[in-house]
Design a binder for this molecule. Structure first.
Ligand code: SAM
Length: 221
């Protein structure tokens, strides 16, 4: 019998139409056979990944520093349209999931993270301009140190596909992510997309090129 695992939600993220390999991350967590893992989402935005994981009864720590993504507001969309953002807190309230999610309203790089988690996930965050003044090593290390033994580190990230990306270390080329993971880690999955055209979305109001990498590593020591 095929089980339909689609989880129906009442609210939507403003990011819902952009490319993600998040379901693959979910399948790795499921394989780990922990019925109630603690998962940290770095750059949680308005809850695109937080809400479905909380719906599965996982405990979530959501780190986000954009007040509009957390509390709601209006952002600019394509053709000068205005997009209403419900915000992470309101989405969680409507979905009746607030008690499963701890929100850390801060820049991830400045945040105190006095806990260990079973998995950490980030989607297209370290390439954001606010992170360019710190090294990528600092960002990735900060994700690594909050993992319990056997914890999963998963990231999807933007690769260089425009001239302006070439001088920014935060746009990682093929296999460069491996330099940040020593013998304490086992790489479970790694792949790269071809360059693709993305339709306008928040923050990029014209069609544009992207190339993405995806990576899952397990902490083995
Ligand atoms: C490009 S958006 C995320 C898009 C993602 N693909 C999705 O579907 O949710 C990046 C998000 O990460 C957040 N972010 C980036 N760097 C951050 C940091 N250092 N601390 C906290 N949040 C951060 C941004 O504010 C934004 O909400």
């Amino acid at each position: 019998m095929t089980v339909n695992k689609t989880i129906m939600l009442s609210t939507k993220s403003i990011w819902q139409n952009t490319k993600t390999f998040f379901p693959l991350f979910e399948s790795f967590i499921e394989k780990s056979d922990n019925p109630r893992p603690v998962v940290c989402i770095v750059g949680a935005s308005d809850g695109r990944f937080v809400v479905p994981l909380a719906r599965k009864n996982y405990d979530i720590i959501a780190v986000e520093n954009d007040p509009i993504m957390i509390n709601g507001g209006v952002v600019e969309g394509p053709n000068k349209t205005k997009i209403n953002v419900l915000g992470l807190k309101e989405r969680l309230k409507i979905e009746q999931l607030s008690s499963s999610v701890k929100i850390i309203e801060n820049n991830f790089l400045d945040a105190d993270l006095p806990f260990l988690v079973d998995a950490v996930f980030t989607s297209s965050t370290w390439d954001c301009t606010i992170n360019h003044n710190s090294s990528l090593k600092e960002y990735i290390n900060k994700m690594q140190v909050i993992l319990k033994p056997s914890g999963l580190f998963c990231a999807e990230y933007m690769m260089p596909c425009e001239e302006k990306h070439l001088n920014v270390e935060h746009f990682l080329d093929e296999r460069k992510i491996n330099n940040f993971f020593n013998e304490d880690w086992q790489i479970l999955e790694e792949f790269f997309t071809p360059v693709f055209i993305d339709e306008p979305h928040v923050g990029k109001i014209f069609p544009h090129n992207h190339r993405m990498g995806f990576f899952v590593a397990k902490k083995i020591k």
